[in-house]
Structures are given as structure tokens and as C-alpha cells.
Design a protein around this ligand. Structure first.
Ligand code: NI
Length: 171
């Protein structure tokens, strides 16, 4: 946060070179796992393209979160199915050490291209709760939005170690 690069609107992927996309997926995966994140967007690792990765079995950073299937999305699109705002705590690997409450539409459909072996396939899925939140958070990164820009009440924004002293990984 503070660097101008995460504030850019990322362009769509137009070169569907499979080895390059596979390499990007692997870089995203390794970075996300090393940082214990729920998701990661390509611009966060300096790749200005509309690609996100999310998914986890169990997270120390969000111990209450239900598992989400590990998913790579290229040129993702989100359709809001239920615009009712649901509040939830968010953090971000690009905004280390902080958490804030963000309201997000509670139910969405998301779609995009994904890699299946050596092929690209269109994926479409519905999501709600934390799953929907993670997808919306990651796709925000593609439009130059960091979650603090969506925080409405700064009384519910602060240091992870103070707000959630039991959470390991601090970010
Ligand atoms: Ni983030």
C-alpha cells in the first residue's frame, strides 16, 4: 500500500500462452501459500494482468473460514446475485498487519478461464459468505482497489495483533 502499481487497472490476458500462464499460476500459488493468504492477484506480485488465485483448506490467518476449492481465474467476471451487504473482516498481503470490516454483496456468480492440465476451460460458479468475499477482494485488486478503500467505519479498522491477538501470521 502506497506503491502506485497496485492502484492500476490491470488489462485482460490476451496472450493465452499456456506455459507462461502455468508459470504465473505457480508463482501466485507459491507466494500465496508462503504468506498463508486466502487469495492473491497477479498485480500483487508485479504482474499487471487480470489473473487471480484463491483457495485453501485451512488458514491460520482466518481460522473460522470454510475451505474454498483452489481456483485460478483468468479474466474473471463477477455477477452479483444478492446485493445484500454482508460485513466481514478482511486483511490483505499488500496491506500487512491490518484488518478492517468491509461490506460485500453476499452472493455472487463468478466466471473466467482456468487451466486444466494443458487446456484452458471456462469455469462458472456461485459463491456466498467468505468464499464470495475472497473472490470479490481478489478481483478488486484487478481494478486497482485495496480493501481499505471500501472500509466505511474506521473504528473497525486496525492492527491484526490487537484486534485478533490469537491469529498467527499477523497480516
Ligand atoms: Ni488483497
Amino acid at each position: 500500500m502506497g506503491d502506485p502499481r497496485p492502484l492500476r487497472v490491470a488489462p485482460p490476458v490476451t496472450d493465452f500462452d499456456i506455459p507462461a500462464l502455468r508459470q504465473l499460476a505457480q508463482d501466485l500459488h507459491e507466494t500465496m501459500v508462503a504468506a498463508g493468504g486466502a487469495g492473491l492477484a497477479a498485480p500483487q506480485i508485479g504482474i499487471n494482468l487480470r489473473v487471480v488465485l484463491f483457495g485453501f483448506e485451512k488458514l491460520e490467518r482466518y481460522p473460522e473460514a470454510e475451505p474454498v476449492l483452489p481456483t485460478l481465474l483468468i479474466n474473471p467476471e463477477i455477477t452479483v446475485l444478492d446485493a445484500t451487504l454482508e460485513e466481514g473482516w478482511e486483511g490483505c498481503l499488500s496491506v500487512p498487519g491490518l484488518r478492517g470490516v468491509v461490506g460485500r454483496p453476499r452472493r455472487i456468480r463468478y466466471a473466467g478461464q482456468t487451466l486444466v492440465g494443458e487446456r484452458l476451460e471456462r469455469l462458472e460458479r456461485e459463491a456466498e459468505g467468505f468464499h464470495a468475499r475472497v473472490v470479490q477482494h481478489e478481483c478488486d485488486h484487478l481494478d486497482g482497489l485495496l480493501y481499505p478503500m471500501r472500509v466505511q467505519d474506521f473504528r473497525r479498522f486496525g492492527f491484526t495483533e490487537i484486534l485478533f491477538p490469537d491469529v498467527k501470521g499477523g497480516e
